[in-house]
Design a protein around this ligand. Structure first.
Ligand SMILES: Nc1nc2c(c(=O)[nH]1)N[C@H]1C(S)=C(S)[C@@H](COP(=O)(O)O)O[C@H]1N2
Ligand SMILES: [Mo]
Length: 348
């Protein structure tokens, strides 16, 4: 008999999440009308194995390796007593949108078939990784910081671990212990995780237990077998609307959505309701932070009954615009094409 074990601790109600084996995707309608941050009750979860239950009193973070002069061991109280920073940052799986390689491009990719809900923005508080590295006497010839999680080993690959270049580690990375003003929940890395702004979710190692600083390029399965050459997140957009929503013809709707890019500000969002023949600019509003997302809205009066498709296409400050077709990727990473969001229009 197949045994069902819960790999995620928090409740996963159907109106907030779509489940994919041990992972949980946020439904975009669950963000409708909400503020800037994703509440913890609907933040997506991506686990290679299962959420471990870690005792903060017994927890230690080891910082060592040839790239530091003074190896250190920190406990939870040490970490919380250090100078902290608070940042609003998105964590997004690089496989976000993978499902659309199959449904839009007829080229299905293996892996978790995420729609667009493998992203969330939270307010993270923690210690700048730069502070810990400086305190440990970072050497000028240091190359990578290999962050390792305390969750169970994944298949034959061992503990989840991934090298982070020292330059990025020193720039804006956090060893976070709070999410939206509360201690990190178990599923999101309690007692501490990395938060790596703008980079693929895999960089933000949860249940952090070990930081090894190398003096030559580090190699782990998570930068060779998986997530090879994956760093900064591409441009993506989503409507805060259920898939196949029903709208009434002739009525004005305010359609809301969000766009984001790992490379910088979103400078333009265009929407199309006629399959891409004509586009008009959405109005961006509210806070607008690099490393998180931009909210926007547009009004639309559905013209006639029948199936329609909503499309949103964003451009970031580097000039990167979402294409209509994403370049093929064998593992289904980096899907950045405009997503065709179906709705049903009915007569009143
Ligand atoms: N230790 C550990 N860290 C991890 C993972 C994991 O399985 N184990 N998954 C990674 C991946 S692929 C993603 S997308 C993010 C997801 O973060 P979240 O579950 O808090 O949303 O965590 C990353 N950090
Ligand atoms: Mo991921």
């Amino acid at each position: 008999m197949k045994q069902v074990t819960a790999s995620i601790v928090k409740p996963l109600p159907d109106h907030l999440f779509i489940r994919h084996d041990g992972n949980a995707e946020m439904r975009w309608e669950a963000m409708a009308g909400l503020g800037y941050h994703t509440p913890i009750d609907r933040f997506f979860v991506r686990n290679h194995t299962t959420t471990p239950r870690i005792d903060a009193n017994a927890w230690r973070l080891r910082l060592h390796g040839p790239g530091v002069r003074c190896p250190a061991v920190h406990d939870y109280a040490d970490l919380r007593a250090m100078p902290s920073r608070t940042i609003d940052v998105a964590i997004e799986c690089t496989g976000n949108g993978r499902r659309f390689y199959g449904t839009q491009q007829h080229d299905r990719a293996p892996g978790t078939p995420w729609g667009l809900g493998a992203i969330g923005v939270a307010r993270w508080r923690g210690v700048p990784l730069a502070h810990l590295l400086r305190q440990a006497g970072l050497r000028p010839d240091a190359v990578d910081v290999v962050a390792q999680g305390l969750d169970a080993p994944f298949e034959e690959y061992g503990h989840v671990r991934r090298p982070l270049p020292v330059a990025k580690a020193m720039e804006d990375v956090l060893v976070a212990y709070e999410m939206n003003g509360r201690p990190l929940p178990p599923d999101h890395g309690f007692p501490a995780r990395l938060v790596v702004p703008g980079w693929a979710g895999i960089a933000s190692i949860k249940w952090l237990g070990d930081l090894a600083v190398t003096t030559s390029a580090a190699v782990t399965p998570w930068n060779t077998v998986f997530y090879r050459d994956i760093t900064v997140q591409p441009v993506r957009s989503a409507f805060e609307l259920a898939w196949d929503s029903t709208l009434v013809a002739g009525r004005p709707y305010v359609l809301r959505g969000r766009s984001w890019s790992g490379r910088g500000h979103i400078v333009k969002v265009e929407v199309s309701f006629d399959g891409g023949l004509t586009w008009r600019e959405a109005e961006r509003h509210g806070r607008h932070l690099v490393g998180a997302w931009t909210r926007w809205h547009v009004t639309w009066v559905p013209p006639r009954r029948g199936p329609h498709v909503l499309m949103a296409m964003a451009t970031d400050e580097t000039g990167a615009t979402q294409p209509l077709v994403a370049p093929r990727h064998p593992l289904g990473y980096d899907f950045d094409a405009v997503v065709r969001h179906p709705v049903q229009v009915v007569e009143w």
